[in-house]
Design a protein around this ligand. Structure first.
Ligand code: HEC
Length: 140
């Protein structure tokens, strides 16, 4: 577990600015777990990318349900503004700066990633995709 590879990986996570007072909080431990899984899936993995997260968030997919081709279908193009479900119910902004308590319940985070990735991509998101997406939301 604490191999030589763990150190540059943690350094990469820290370098993304995901540290701070809440480093040991649930959001950060979940990100750490995804980093370990992403590294296991791809030894070339060197840290999450907010830019890749932005691309995932705004990309139009064809593998999922036709009425939900992208994350922005419900969460909107402006991450700091409220989104809307297909039924018209408001969704709090996904940017952490706008909704600070977001992503602090790991079970909720995994539940919605599972549901939303299946609806939009037609498959679960990988650990790297989840970490990238959250890195983007933390940067917003
Ligand atoms: C069909 C509408 C819809 C689409 C499309 C959608 N979401 Fe969501 N998402 C929701 C709703 C509703 C919630 C739960 C309400 C909330 O958290 O405010 C949610 C919550 C989440 C959460 C949990 C937030 C938290 O605070 O823990 C994550 C993570 C998430 N979405 C990621 C995504 C990603 C990634 C995509 C694109 C692959 C996506 N969503 C596409 C409707 C959607």
């Amino acid at each position: 577990m604490y191999s030589n590879q763990t150190i540059p990986l943690l350094a990469a996570v820290l370098a993304l600015g995901l540290s701070g007072p809440g480093f040991a909080g649930p959001r950060e431990s979940q990100i750490d777990q995804w980093a370990v899984a992403a590294k296991a899936a791809d030894p070339a993995f060197s840290g999450f990318s907010a830019e890749r997260g932005r691309a995932l968030h705004t990309q139009t997919f064809t593998g999922g349900k036709p009425d939900t081709p992208s994350c922005t279908t419900c969460h909107g193009k402006d991450t700091r503004a409220a989104g809307r479900t297909l039924a018209g119910k408001p969704i709090d902004p996904v940017a952490v700066s706008a909704t600070p308590l977001r992503y602090t319940d790991p079970a909720k985070v995994e539940k919605w990633f599972k549901r939303n990735c299946n609806e939009v991509l037609g498959r679960p998101c990988s650990a790297r995709e989840k970490g990238d997406w959250l890195a983007f939301m933390l940067s917003q």
